[in-house]
Design a protein around this ligand. Structure first.
Ligand code: PMP
Length: 306
C-alpha cells in the first residue's frame, strides 16, 4: 500500500504527495509512454544505503534512449535528486521509483512533441512476497501468456507499456492460486516472471536464461551472478526448456522487489524438497550480508545517504 505522505520530486522541485498529479490527457496515460526504475534503500548499521543506484540510473537512461526520450537531467543529477528525496522524506529504508514519461501536449500516437516529465517518489515497502516467502518459497505457474517477442516491444527497456504483459501474467497467476507466473519467450523457452528474473540450480551449477530469451537484464540477476562467480559456482546463461524447471534441484526469483525469493513449486510440481534449497540460502545470505553491512561492500554496490 502506498503511504500518501511526504514529498515527491517533480521536475526538479519537491511538491506535496497529494499534489503530484498529471493531466488525464497526458500521452503516457493513453499509450504507456514511460520508462522507470525500482530501487531499494536499506538501513544497516552504517546508515541508509541505496543498492546499485548508478546501475539503476544507467538502465533508466538506456530505457529512455530506446524510446528516444531525452531526459533533461544528467545521470548524476537524477542520482542526487534520489538521495535528496530520501532525505527530505526522512526515510531510512524505502523503495524508490523514478519515472520519466511523455506529458500533456498532443494526443496522437507520435510522442515526439510531448514534454518529458521526471518524477521521483519514495516510500516504505517491505518484502514483495512477504517475509515468510524468503524462507519458505513461493508457488508459481507457467503462464499461458508469452513474453513479448523481441521485434514487438524491447524487453531491455524497463518501460511502462511492457507491464501490460506482466499484468496479464500476474492476474492469471493469482486467479489460478499462484503467487507469481513464469513466462516463456517467443521460442517457448523460459523467460522470466512478471517482475523477476529466474535462476535454476542443477547439480551444483546455476542456470539463467540469456537476454535473448526476451527478459529485462535485472540488476539483482547480475548481482547473483557475481556472487556465484565469487563462490566458484558455475553460472550458465543459456536457453532453458520448461521441463527443466520441474527437474531443478532449486529454483529462485531475483528482483529489486522480490530480492532472492525461493520457488517451491511450479504448476503444482514440487521443486527439490519443496522449500528453500541450500545454494539459494547461501546466495541470500551473502546478498543480505552486503546490504546489512555485515561484510565489506567489495563490489561497491552501496551508496550511503550522508
Ligand atoms: N524482470 C522484470 C520484468 C522486472 O520488472 C524486474 C524488476 N525490475 C526484473 C526482471 C528484475 O530486475 P531488477 O533485479 O533490476 O529489479
Amino acid at each position: 500500500m502506498l503511504s500518501n505522505k511526504g514529498k515527491i520530486w517533480f521536475n526538479n522541485r519537491f511538491i506535496e504527495w497529494d499534489e503530484a498529479k498529471i493531466h488525464v490527457l497526458s500521452h503516457v496515460v493513453h499509450y504507456g509512454s514511460s520508462v522507470f526504475e525500482g530501487i531499494r534503500c536499506y538501513k544497516n548499521k552504517e546508515g541508509s544505503a541505496i543498492f546499485r543506484l548508478e546501475d539503476h540510473i544507467r538502465r533508466l537512461f538506456n530505457s529512455a534512449k530506446i524510446y528516444m526520450i531525452d531526459i533533461p537531467y544528467t545521470q548524476e543529477e537524477i542520482c542526487e535528486a534520489i538521495i535528496e528525496t530520501i532525505k527530505v522524506n526522512n526515510l531510512e529504508e524505502c523503495y524508490i521509483r523514478p519515472i520519466v514519461f511523455r506529458g500533456y501536449k498532443e494526443l496522437g500516437v507520435n510522442p515526439l512533441n510531448c514534454p518529458v516529465e521526471v518524477v521521483i517518489a519514495a516510500w516504505e515497502w517491505g518484502s514483495y512476497f512477504g517475509q515468510e516467502a524468503l524462507e519458505e518459497g513461493v508457488d508459481v505457474g507457467v503462464s499461458t501468456w508469452r513474453r513479448m517477442a523481441p521485434n514487438t516491444l524491447p524487453n531491455m527497456a524497463k518501460a511502462g507499456g511492457n507491464y501490460l504483459n506482466s499484468q496479464l501474467v500476474k492476474m492469471e497467476a493469482i486467479k489460478h492460486g499462484y503467487d507469481e507466473g513464469i513466462m516463456l519467450d517467443y521460442n517457448g523457452m523460459v523467460s522470466e516472471g512478471s517482475g523477476e528474473n529466474i535462476f535454476i540450480v542443477k547439480d551444483g551449477e546455476l542456470y539463467t536464461p540469456p537476454v535473448s530469451s526476451s527478459l529485462l537484464p535485472g540488476i539483482t540477476r547480475d548481482s547473483v551472478i557475481r556472487l556465484a562467480n565469487e563462490m566458484g559456482i558455475n553460472v550458465k546463461e543459456e536457453r532453458i526448456p520448461r521441463e527443466m524447471l520441474y527437474l531443478a534441484d532449486e529454483l529462485f526469483f531475483t528482483g529489486t522487489a522480490a530480492e532472492i525469493t525461493p520457488i517451491r513449486s511450479v504448476d503444482g510440481i514440487k521443486i527439490g524438497d519443496g522449500r528453500r534449497g541450500p545454494l539459494t540460502e547461501k546466495l541470500q545470505d551473502s546478498f543480505f550480508k552486503i546490504l546489512r553491512a555485515e561484510v565489506d561492500d567489495r563490489f561497491e554496490w552501496l551508496t550511503y545517504i550522508e
